[in-house]
Design a protein around this ligand. Structure first.
Ligand code: AGP
Length: 614
């Protein structure tokens, strides 16, 4: 939820910190700060609001601040305490010698705070993080060793955290640790880095070490020492990062979101690559390690996910039930974890997450794992916490997604579900071979159809301009495109703040129809297939209540012009594959409406890219 960067070496630390925070801005952006060591004194610089505010402060004091070759930085998404300067990280102890940045939530912070206050510590913020600063300073006073002080402090802390600490007396040392929040160390020559996520590192190094829970790392320019919480030395596992720095550039697009929408044809090709070679060949999915006999005998599948990933999961349910005849339950992870869920070793549990760091989904998956279920994770981050819980890991290969609103990762998740469902159907022999071959062929040519939509966005832009003044928006669909309606509505509300809702078209008459009048746009997802006529009738019902009708369709039926004020046409596609195409114009519609409204498309208010708190 928050982003952390630490640097120790020979560069101007402030440059590395600010660049790192810029690339982690997707993790939060309501306040930020850095701590550096200037002439033997730890100094904090913090600002509320966007990172630019911190950059402005740094600019004014650059000559001083840039003397430091060590520093830690933080970008915040507020949990405890409003996004003010006082609550911005880093936090410090009373003597000012310790500075701490933290991502996560300290669950026992109230008890710790009370105890520390009794012992004379004065708190300046409402955050849980400040307790860590006081606790580490107290321990340091006892043991005079920063690593040991952090280790002892973490023994008293409950909750989830990734922490970086510096101490004034140790101008070349950073100590970092984690529990249920990500942290990765970047290895350099005469310098070392630590960060919440890879984007902060890739412009400096491709050598990295992912920290595991309860490991503590001590970084100096020329050394990295790793221990566990019981002070046992650990072997370091250094990996080569797959990312390229170019992944973080907008490549000429105005926003990351637009760039990522336009990357989707290649994303589909990437997901299919090596797994689906030809329509007459079987899908290769060695990532699914579940024994084929067990797969044939599965009697239940549960899918857990949040937000956009949940919508992909809903399409996944439809596909698996349709192709394999196995009952599938889909549930928001945040609900799954707080009720008696019936799962066992005969249940396959699928966790879907772009970031692989969503706390609700990680907890849900761990809960199912403890009951013996096989865990299949579909994620864009094979290096994530969730990925490490997987028995079967299906990486979606969408490349790094910077925009807070998920687009290309959604399509990558959808295509992964098509592959998984086809693979299962082939193992179970549960589907007609001709039907399978037709679907595979359509998957292979899907990128060209997406490209066609992306090449002509004029109709969508016109529609966006026309409806950008609307206060509310309704999306309707049925069957496999109901999740598309939900996703279209989610995209619109996330980045334009318009109150948008997706309904199954058949449900409209059971209540929501009461809201319709001449000010309400209703967008019907009207794809040719078995529910086409039904949605058409539901659209007539909405029109009869004076709603402003928009169609998203692959039909060229001239009669639609009488019913719909605007028609967004897309290439013809089978109903079963249509969610992977129909979502693209909806992403564009949301984008252009937000653009016309002058919203902050890539960093919408109140949101963060990965939600690492429950
Ligand atoms: C998508 O546009 C959202 N920003 C959000 O709903 C997101 O999908 C959700 O938080 C789940 O994230 P995850 O896929 O990383 O688990």
């Amino acid at each position: 939820m928050c982003g952390i960067v630490g640097y120790v070496g020979n560069k101007k630390a402030v440059d590395v910190l600010l660049e790192g925070l810029t690339s982690l801005e997707y993790r939060g952006y309501d306040s930020s700060g850095i701590a550096v060591n200037i002439d033997g004194k730890v100094q904090l610089f913090k600002a509320a609001g966007k990172l630019q505010n911190l950059k402005n402060i740094v600019e004014k004091n650059y000559a001083e601040i840039s003397k430091s070759t060590i520093g830690i930085g933080h970008i915040r998404w507020a949990t405890h305490g409003a996004p003010t300067v006082e609550n911005a990280h880093p936090h410090s102890c009373n003597c000012g010698k310790v500075a701490v940045v933290h991502n996560g939530i300290i669950e026992n912070f109230k008890e710790l705070r009370e105890r520390l206050e009794k012992n004379g510590c004065t708190f300046r913020s409402q955050t849980d993080t400040e307790t860590i600063a006081h606790l580490v300073a107290t321990k340091f006073g006892e043991v005079h060793n920063l690593t040991e002080a952090v280790r002892l402090a973490t023994k008293e802390i409950e909750g989830a955290y990734a922490i970086c600490v510096i101490h004034q007396d140790l101008p070349d040392t950073i100590v970092a640790t984690r529990r249920n929040a990500p942290l990765v160390v970047g290895l350099g020559e005469g310098e070392n880095y630590v960060a919440s996520d890879v984007p902060a590192l890739i412009q400096y190094t491709k050598k990295a070490m992912y920290l595991e829970d309860n490991q503590i790392v001590t970084l100096t320019p020329n050394s990295i020492e790793l221990i566990d919480i019981d002070n046992n030395p650990l072997k370091q596992k250094v990996e080569t990062l797959p990312w390229e720095p170019v992944a973080l550039s907008k490549m000429g697009y105005k926003h990351f979101m637009l760039k990522e929408i336009h990357e989707q044809p290649d994303v589909v090709r990437n997901v299919l690559s090596g797994k689906l070679r030809a329509s007459d060949e079987k899908v290769l999915l060695k990532e699914v390690t579940l024994d084929k006999e067990k797969l044939r005998n599965l009697n239940r599948i549960q899918i857990v996910a949040c937000g956009t990933s949940l919508h992909a999961a809903m399409v996944g349910k439809y596909l698996i039930e349709e192709f394999c005849g196995i009952p599938v339950d889909v549930e928001p992870s945040s609900e799954y974890i707080y009720r008696k869920t019936i799962t066992d070793k005969n249940t396959l549990v699928i966790g879907v997450s772009q970031s692989g760091e969503t706390a609700d989904t990680i907890t849900a998956v761990r809960q199912a794992k403890s009951k013996g279920s096989h865990i299949l994770i579909i994620t864009n981050r094979p290096d994530s916490t969730m990925a490490r819980e997987a028995d079967s890991l299906v990486p979606v290969n969408a490349g790094i997604e910077v925009s807070v609103a998920a687009t290309k990762s959604y399509i990558a998740q959808l295509i992964s579900f098509y592959l998984i469902a086809i693979y299962m159907a082939e193992v179970k022999n549960s589907m007609d071979l001709k039907e399978l071959a037709d679907l595979k062929h359509e998957l292979i040519i899907l990128p060209q159809k997406i490209e066609k939509i992306l090449a002509h966005t004029e109709d969508i832009q016109r529609c966006a301009r026309k409806f950008s003044g609307s206060k509310d928006f309704i999306f309707i669909a049925r069957g496999i495109n109901f999740p598309t309606a939900l996703e279209g509505a989610l995209k619109l509300k996330e980045i334009s703040y318009i109150n948008a809702t997706g309904y199954t078209a058949g449900e409209l008459k059971h209540g929501p129809i009461a809201m319709l009048d001449e000010s309400m746009p209703v967008l019907s997802i009207l794809m040719k297939g078995k529910v086409y006529d039904k949605i058409l009738s539901n659209s007539e019902e909405a029109k009869a209540r004076n709603a402003r009708m928009i169609a998203l369709t692959d039909s060229e039926d001239e009669k639609l012009k009488e019913l719909f004020e605007n028609i967004i046409e897309i290439p013809e596609i089978s109903e079963i594959l249509s969610p992977a195409l129909a979502v693209v114009p909806l992403q564009l519609l949301a984008y252009y409406i937000a653009e016309f409204l002058g919203k902050d498309v890539d960093q919408p208010r109140n949101l963060a890219k990965s939600v690492t708190v429950e």
